[in-house]
Design a protein. Structure first.
Ligand SMILES: Cc1cc2nc3c(=O)[nH]c(=O)nc-3n(C[C@H](O)[C@H](O)[C@H](O)COP(=O)(O)OP(=O)(O)OC[C@H]3O[C@@H](n4cnc5c(N)ncnc54)[C@H](O)[C@@H]3O)c2cc1C
Length: 333
């Protein structure tokens, strides 16, 4: 019997979860991602910092919670296999407008990338490759990439942030109906500027290594040594608020670094030995679509999934990817 095939655009938690479901059910799956590595907004960096030694940073998502029954078995599996660990019950919160849950928070044992590595093991993956457009031809989906290649499969899942999915749809001149187009195009995303910093000395970030600041300009700080993932070097990530990030998006990087460091002076030494900025244009969706994933009615075998469908967290992304994968498996039975 011929194996069913699927291309998944986007190797974040959503896309990897769908790909994993399908691969484990016998599909031939290809994941295509424009990034250098997998994980998307789960992003980590390990590097040698002058005078300080090997340091690790998580500069996207910092932790995950486990509140959803669809995600719970996977989280338990990761805990049992030593992929993830418990990090904290709660963090100090200086932001009176922010309601923070007391759900246990977990993180990767060596970095958040451990999650995407665990999901991606054994899958066929093509990184550093941007999908430009798609086309339905001869009962299959053809996918055109920026390295002038063409891939095809029976099923196609777009698991990117929605604005990037809508760009692919637009470039492909696919009509999805005005109402749906409007609904999908108007889900807003927050922006986030992340600053990674290395210090010779310790920080004053309280144990267990995370704190929510007043909200503007700094939303959050992680001390990765206290988090337990950077034992040799004092590495820190600052996440700026959406408001600050949006207003200062085009500012020079040294200004961003300086602004955010000065605003964190109660917790961080002011003399750093390493710095780097990462800008998240689509950090988290600020509203959720009504369903956990979407099979586009006008276009057979074309799916959209992601945290704009499942909810703006790792759990939400997992649930969206899982249910999308299950729907495809069911359609094939
Ligand atoms: C700074 C920050 C902090 C966060 N903190 C937390 C947290 O502490 N806890 C939590 O639960 N969640 C947090 N989140 C949210 C969480 O990271 C996301 O909800 C989740 O990772 C989304 O996963 P995804 O797979 O849907 O999307 P993504 O991770 O964005 O994956 C989509 C992938 O698609 C790829 N892609 C896009 N366009 C194309 C294209 N044209 N061709 C090929 N590939 C393409 C991208 O490279 C990317 O890898 C945070 C997010 C950010 C940015």
């Amino acid at each position: 019997m011929k194996r069913k095939t699927c291309i998944v655009i986007g190797g974040g938690i959503t896309g990897l979860t769908t790909a994993r479901q399908l691969f484990d059910s016998g599909f031939q799956v290809l994941v295509i991602d424009k990034g250098k590595g997998l994980g998307g907004r789960i992003a980590s960096k390990k590097l040698s910092i002058r005078k300080a030694g090997e340091g690790t940073f998580d500069y996207g998502a910092q932790f995950f919670t486990v509140t959803n029954d669809i995600f719970r078995p996977k989280a338990h599996e990761w805990l049992a296999k030593g992929v993830v660990k418990f990090w904290a019950e709660s963090f100090e919160n200086k932001n009176p407008k922010l309601a923070v849950s007391n759900e246990p928070k977990y993180c990767g044992v060596t970095s958040m990338r451990d999650l995407s590595k665990a999901l991606g093991t054994g899958l066929s993956i093509r990184t550093d490759t941007r999908v430009l457009s798609i086309e339905r031809k001869n009962d299959r989906w053809n996918v055109f990439t920026d390295d002038h290649k063409e891939f095809f499969a029976n099923y196609l899942v777009i698991a990117t942030p929605l604005p990037e999915a809508m760009l692919i749809i637009k470039n492909s001149m696919l009509s999805i109906g005005n109402d749906l187009h409007h609904e999908l195009s108007t889900i807003p995303y927050s922006q986030c500027i992340s600053v990674m910093l290395g210090f010779m000395g310790e920080t004053n970030v309280p144990e267990p290594g995370g704190i929510y600041l007043a909200g503007d300009p700094v939303a959050w700080i992680t001390d990765h040594k206290k988090k337990g993932i950077s034992p040799n070097a004092n590495t820190v990530t600052i996440h700026a608020s959406h408001h600050y990030s949006q207003a200062n998006w085009e500012q020079p990087y040294d200004k961003l670094c300086n602004d955010l460091l000065v605003s964190s002076r109660e917790y961080l030494p002011q003399d750093y030995i390493y710095w780097r900025i990462h800008k998240w244009r689509f950090s988290q969706p600020r509203r959720k679509f009504e369903k956990e994933f979407l099979q586009i009615p006008e276009h057979p075998f074309l799916y959209l999934a992601g945290d704009a469908f499942g909810g703006p967290t790792i759990e939400g992304a997992y649930v969206s990817g899982f249910l999308c994968g299950q729907d495809i498996i069911k359609a094939e039975r």
